[in-house]
Design a binder for this molecule. Structure first.
Ligand code: PLP
Length: 452
């Protein structure tokens, strides 16, 4: 083996063995030391081992320790070791999964892994999909298929004719829509300021009784797993209301869709199988290495038509395994390999355990912080907790202090006008001890800022 490969593997092992012992956010000295990685491109090349050694010496200390168990920022997974190992192997294969002929193994594993996800999430068996970089691109891909289909139904071919003369498309979203959906809407020329925003209840769920009657080309964007509260829109009722008029229902389920793997939580995320398309992340709750998302569309013809590229003499015509037919990209890394490994390692029961463990840890955070006298703002249904430590200014100060203190890392948000700390438990690596240590730090930091 080349020395740099075994050297990097050893360094990675050392990093991961120690990631739980260090502070979560890097310290300012490590960040300043990154300057050493800058500078002009060397005139002559350097030894591979030296390149890797510098990367580790300067890069590793400046990472955010999200591979450990006490990172609760945004919604971030940790990377299961088995998925990371598969990712390394797949990296050494260096496969391009644009077409089956370019990587029989990459294409096969992509299809197998997509089939397993479809199965474990109980999505319709006829839906087809692909792996993309993440949920943002999954939303974009699904909504491109939606745009194709609602316009096709009124006799308009948007892929060849463009948007300038297209019939108007109504896009309905809940007031709590994730910004990535709005980004997809703007990229697709549907106009982010033209969306109709529907009211939501106090936990952020779309209110079905506020749905207007729809007609003509219409797309309804629902959400499963609100980024603040973790709650989900009632997708079944929404689908049943709008489907008779021919509307397309999309589900943005970045992390929340994974809750379907737990039999105890199926009812909570009920009815999503009635939608037309689904976007989700694998790098969040499935804990595969970044970046990794997946898209599924019930009407695979619509997806294929939306993603179609012109024929090119050098490209073989599309076969079942040619996933470039289903994504905006052509060349792609073999994301299916990491996902396949994670799913095979966990199995159905391991997946359900992972989800349940994260939810139980979120509950523990909420209980401990409530018992300490702080205010949990959301119904903790899933893995998200919003907590206020007093006034907005105090909560902001606690968030900043906890990030500096280093035991754990949480970000902030504003929920119904109140500043809150967001705790998102999404890592396979989080243990009860991690939660207790983090709660202890939060309470200590908050009490230092506002003594009783
Ligand atoms: C509901 C929802 N949609 C979309 C996204 C964007 O996902 P990504 O950053 O993987 O593209 C997120 C990220 O947290 C999310 O929670």
């Amino acid at each position: 083996m080349s020395n740099e490969l075994s050297d990097a593997a050893q360094r990675a092992q050392h990093y991961l063995e120690n990631v739980g012992k260090r502070r979560v956010a890097p310290d300012s000295i490590s960040i300043r030391a990154l300057d050493e990685l800058s500078g002009p491109l060397p005139e002559t090349g350097e030894e591979a081992e030296l390149v890797i050694a510098d990367l580790d010496r300067l890069g590793s200390p400046a990472t955010v320790a999200s591979a450990g168990g006490r990172y609760f920022g945004f919604v971030v997974g940790s990377g299961l070791p088995v998925a990371l190992a598969a990712n390394w192997l797949a990296g050494s294969w260096n496969q391009n999964v644009a077409m089956e002929v370019m990587s029989p193994v990459g294409s096969r594993l992509e299809r197998v892994a997509l089939g397993w996800i479809r199965d474990v999430l109980a999505l319709p068996s006829e839906s087809q999909g692909a792996f993309v970089t993440g949920d943002t691109l999954a939303n974009f891909t699904a909504l491109a298929a939606a745009r194709h289909e609602v316009l096709r139904k009124v006799g308009y071919d948007v892929e060849s004719q463009g948007m300038s003369r297209a019939p108007s498309v109504t896009v309905l979203v809940g007031n709590e829509v994730h910004v990535s959906v709005l980004r997809a809407i703007s990229l697709l020329g549907l106009g982010r300021d033209r969306v109709v925003r529907l009211p939501v209840d106090e936990q952020g769920r779309m209110q079905v009784d506020q749905l207007p009657s729809v007609s003509g080309p219409t797309i309804v964007c629902t959400q499963v797993g609100n980024v603040n509260t973790g709650t989900s829109d009632p997708v079944r009722e929404i689908s049943r209301r709008v489907h008779p008029s021919g509307a397309w229902v999309h589900v943005d389920g970045a992390f929340g869709l994974w809750a379907r793997v737990s039999p105890g939580r199926r009812a909570q995320i009920d009815g999503v199988e009635e939608a037309d398309s689904w976007a989700l992340d694998c790098h969040k709750w499935l804990n595969v290495p970044y970046d990794s998302g997946a898209v599924f569309v019930r009407n695979s013809d619509a997806l294929r038509a939306a993603m179609a590229a012109g024929p090119a003499a050098y490209l073989p015509s599309g076969g079942e395994g040619d996933r470039m037919e289903f994504t905006p990209e052509m060349s792609r890394r073999a994301r299916g390999v990491d996902v396949w490994a994670a799913l095979r390692y966990l199995g159905r029961s391991g997946l359900a355990d992972l989800v349940e463990r994260c939810c139980a840890h979120a509950r523990l955070f909420a209980d401990r912080l409530t018992a300490a006298g702080f205010h949990v703002l959301n119904d903790v249904e899933l893995n998200q907790v919003l907590v206020s430590f007093g006034s907005d200014a105090v909560t902001r100060a606690v968030i900043s202090a906890i990030q500096q203190e280093g035991t754990c890392w949480c970000g902030g948000t504003v929920w119904h006008g109140t500043t809150a700390m967001r705790i998102s438990v999404s890592s396979w690596a989080t243990t009860e001890t991690d939660v207790e240590r983090s709660v202890e730090a939060m309470i200590r930091v908050a009490k230092e800022l506002v003594p009783d």
